[in-house]
Ligand binder design. Structure first.
Ligand code: 1CP
Length: 342
């Protein structure tokens, strides 16, 4: 198999890890900004298959990454369930909020999400035709907890306060919301795989704000359910799970969820992850995205240190979180060169 990413996901230890980058299609690239301009706004870009496929391909052409990630957003699932969604320039996403039962009751049924999400499956099928032979496509969705935090608050929050409040006030309603998102996510990812995604990633960006039993119930539980159902429907489909800032809860995360690969944020060291997480399977990560802004020898040293620390087992090189709009594209090329020559 020539696809390095698929080999790492299958548990192979490789001399050079496959490389891709969270938010690799994004505002740090002039060609992305040009296509985005053409699309008008961010959501139009997500829902126009030819343009979404184009921005997915741009970083592959420019840098020769070992994987492509579908251009879309985790907030399309709430929108498909009936939430209002819009983006405020310079600020970020806004959604209608969920304060109680009445708001929950307004959400639509899971089997209607495809009416909204159809263009996304079309983007996947364009990409599965147009990507180079050796570059697999990663489909993705947000994990139920992270998606719920946006649906409840109606926006990104520093501490996910509104979601924690609803969980404390009405745990039954909160659990019903998590279930609805879980079921929608299974259908959404399953369609992405049917359309040609060769791997899927589940982003639990706010996993780190769940503790103890809540982490088991609302991070591990829904992710394990999604993975089990996907593997039942699509035997062998590899899954990457990203419980960002999970800290010591990264330990055992492969086994607890059935994920083939666990993605690490940059708050844990690569040495620690090699010892406690990579023993259970493939890991992905985990360079601080700030190096893509600051560059220099520190970038090279850090990229090589991570590569060497995780060389004893299956590893996919990535950042610990998304690349930021102020990053310099030359630093991306420098990172790839550093990893491949480590
Ligand atoms: O103006 C723009 O171009 C919008 C910026 C942008 C982009 C490029 C947003 C808005 N979403 C995306 C694409 C995106 N989002 C991808 C595409 C594939 C890639 O290149 O990686 C992916 C995988 C996501 C996932 C996503 N969206 C996450 C999970 C990963 C993470 O970064 O933690 C989250 C939390 C979102 C919500 C979201 N969408 C956009 C923004 C600015 C945010 C964060 C909002 C907040 O918390 O304040």
């Amino acid at each position: 198999m020539t696809k390095l990413l698929m080999r790492a996901l299958a548990g192979e230890t490789l001399p050079t890890p496959p490389i891709w980058m969270m938010r690799q299609a994004g505002r740090y690239l002039p060609e992305y900004r040009a296509t985005r301009e053409k699309a008008g706004d961010f959501l139009s870009l997500c829902y126009t298959p030819e343009l979404a496929a184009e921005v997915t391909l741009q970083p592959i052409r420019r840098f020769g990454f070992d994987a492509a990630i579908l251009f879309a957003d985790i907030l399309l699932v709430p929108q498909a369930l009936g939430a209002d969604l819009w983006f405020v320039k310079g600020e970020g996403p806004r959604l209608s909020t969920i304060d109680g039962q009445a708001d929950f009751d307004k959400l639509g049924p899971v089997d209607e999400i495809h009416e909204t999400l159809g263009p996304i499956y079309e983007t996947v099928s364009i990409l599965s035709r147009e990507l180079p032979e050796d570059v697999p496509l990663i489909g993705f969705a947000g994990a139920p907890w992270t998606v719920a935090t946006y649906m409840i608050a109606g926006r990104g929050t520093p501490d996910q306060g509104p979601a924690h409040a609803l969980k404390a006030e009405n745990r039954e309603l909160f659990a019903a919301l998590i279930d609805r998102i879980t079921e929608a996510t299974i259908e959404y990812l399953s369609r992405q795989v049917a359309a040609g995604a060769e791997c899927v990633k589940i982003f639990d960006s706010w996993a780190g704000s769940l503790q103890g039993h809540d982490f088991d119930e609302f991070c591990i539980g829904p992710i394990a359910r999604i993975i089990a159902e996907l593997k039942e429907r699509h035997p062998g489909i590899p899954v990457i799970a990203f419980p960002r800032e999970a800290g010591d809860r990264y330990i055992g995360f492969h086994k607890a969820t059935g994920a083939d690969c666990v993605a690490l944020d940059n708050s844990v060291s690569a040495e620690w992850a090699a010892k406690y997480v990579q023993v259970d399977g493939c890991v992905q990560g985990n360079m601080d995205p700030r190096h893509m802004v600051t560059g220099g020898q520190a970038l090279v040293d850090e990229a090589q240190a991570i590569t060497r620390a995780l060389r004893g087992g299956p590893h996919i090189f990535n950042l610990g979180h998304g690349i930021t709009p102020d990053a310099d594209p030359d630093n991306v090329a420098k990172m790839i060169e550093a990893v491949r020559s480590a």
